[in-house]
Design a binder for this molecule. Structure first.
Ligand code: GLY
Length: 380
């Protein structure tokens, strides 16, 4: 049974109110909100090229889904349109999935607009062009080939973008797209994790032999540390791959990567940005990792056959959402984001303890998933 005391509607209405304020703040409708520094009020804006550009239109689509109000649809359409140039050129990196699927993917799901379908299919094919069959994964960051001397590199975040390939494989794209996504997930499962099922951020491969060279970090504390959002991407990614493949290996693995994350969380279930950072109690949190994990656990709990374990995952997800919905994490007294306290790229000194748009996106997704579960339970 779900914890029914938590009233999603109140928090979804909060998201509506906050997003309404953000819209009023946006200057000319051509730029997209990305982050707000601590104690500031105004969003820093980016253009469609930024890896986070899909999350704001994705939020708008989900608010349309929640409210059924065409005013949100019209805003979602507008901000989705800004991303169209991404599908008219070869993918620069794996982020095309985050950009296009988390925005126009919702647009297509909710409207069935055939123009959106074309954009998604083109984007999926261009993402697939980064696949190296010798390695069995997508080259996540072409720019790092020279810059870091990482001749073929795959990052754990890339798991999320397999969803675009699976979708395209089911919706008129080449069947190879599905096979590439499965192969990428298998190779990642075999090479990206330590004995204890914690993930490396980056794995570097030899592009000619396909051999793994090393596991390293880019956004984590150390090569061997557990970067919180990386593990969140793994939890979300393998849960989604199980949904798309029905292959029990992925369900089993999704649970393994989840269990180690849950075991190592602090009491309030919101991770510090890296589980292994020194002097951990003084480190900034990453609410974005908590939000993505909460959303993923609601999905995972629906697939796990062991009723007790399923209830455990659901309960953990609800508790994470509850903590994110407390004053300590909500932005309402400071700015118009939904959540405070995310960490983008600590080693770079960027977005430390910020409000960040993808935290809001996954928080809203988690609230909507919980809301649907509660509604279903009320009807059953
Ligand atoms: N995908 C980039 C990040 O999680 O920061």
């Amino acid at each position: 049974m779900l914890n029914t005391e938590f009233v999603c509607q109140k928090h979804l209405d909060y998201c509506v109110a906050q997003a309404t304020q953000t819209l009023a703040q946006l200057p000319d409708n051509s730029l997209i909100p990305r982050n707000i520094p601590p104690d500031e009020k105004k969003w820093n804006l980016v253009d469609y090229e930024d890896w986070t550009s899909g999350f704001w239109p994705g939020i708008l689509w989900q608010l349309y889904e929640y409210t059924n109000d065409v005013a949100w649809k019209s805003k979602a359409e507008h901000y989705s349109q800004l991303l169209i140039p991404l599908s008219g050129r070869p993918a620069i990196d794996h982020d095309i999935g985050f950009q296009v699927y988390n925005s126009i993917g919702h647009g297509h799901r909710l409207t069935k607009n055939s123009a959106y379908k074309e954009i998604l299919l083109k984007s999926a094919h261009s993402l697939a062009d980064l696949f190296n069959p010798k390695v069995g994964t997508i080259l996540s960051w072409p720019v790092m080939v020279e810059k870091m001397n990482w001749p073929h590199n795959t990052i754990i975040d890339n798991m999320i973008n397999l969803e675009l390939l699976f979708w395209a494989g089911r919706n008129g794209g080449s069947r190879a797209l599905h096979d590439i996504a499965v192969k990428h997930a298998e190779t990642t499962m075999n090479n990206h994790f330590r004995e204890d099922c914690t993930t490396y951020h980056v794995v570097v491969y030899d592009p000619l032999t396909g051999k793994k060279i090393k596991g390293v970090t880019h956004q984590g504390y150390a090569d061997d540390s557990l970067w919180a959002r990386g593990q969140a991407w793994a939890i979300y990614g393998f849960t989604m791959v199980y949904r798309e493949t029905d292959d029990a290996r992925f369900l089993d693995f999704a649970q393994k990567v989840t269990d180690v994350y849950l075991e190592r969380l602090p009491k309030d279930r919101i991770p510090y940005w890296d589980f292994d950072a020194p002097d951990i109690l003084k480190q900034p949190r990453d609410a974005s990792a908590a939000a993505a994990t909460a959303s993923a656990l609601l999905e995972l709990s629906a697939y796990v056959p062991d009723a007790e374990k399923a209830a455990y995952y659901r309960d953990q997800a609800v508790k994470m959402i509850q903590v994110l919905s407390t004053e300590a994490f909500q932005s309402r007294n400071q700015n118009s984001a939904f959540l405070l306290h995310s960490t983008g790229h600590y080693p770079n000194g960027s977005e430390i303890d910020y409000a960040i748009i993808y935290a809001d996106y996954y928080y809203l997704e988690a609230l909507l998933r919980l809301h649907k579960l509660q509604n279903k339970q009320a009807k059953d």
